[in-house]
Design a protein around this ligand. Structure first.
Ligand code: ZN
Length: 60
């Protein structure tokens, strides 16, 4: 478990997935690549489904 210090109120946040400070509600300013992997996975699945649907429509 890693500790992250809020840049606004300087309090430690122990939630690795938190994007907002638990104390002041400000963004923790984490880099964009720190997106939750689950969201990225769901996005990829949706894109694959849409491309499959497009292919299926073209076949009919
Ligand atoms: Zn804060």
């Amino acid at each position: 478990m890693s500790e992250h210090i809020c840049p606004h109120c300087k309090k430690p946040i122990y939630d690795d997935e938190a994007l907002l400070c638990l104390y002041c509600g400000e963004s923790l300013g984490r880099p964009k690549y720190f997106l939750k992997p689950r969201i990225v996975f769901i996005f990829i699945v949706i894109v694959l489904l849409l491309s499959f649907l497009a292919l299926a429509i073209r076949t009919f």
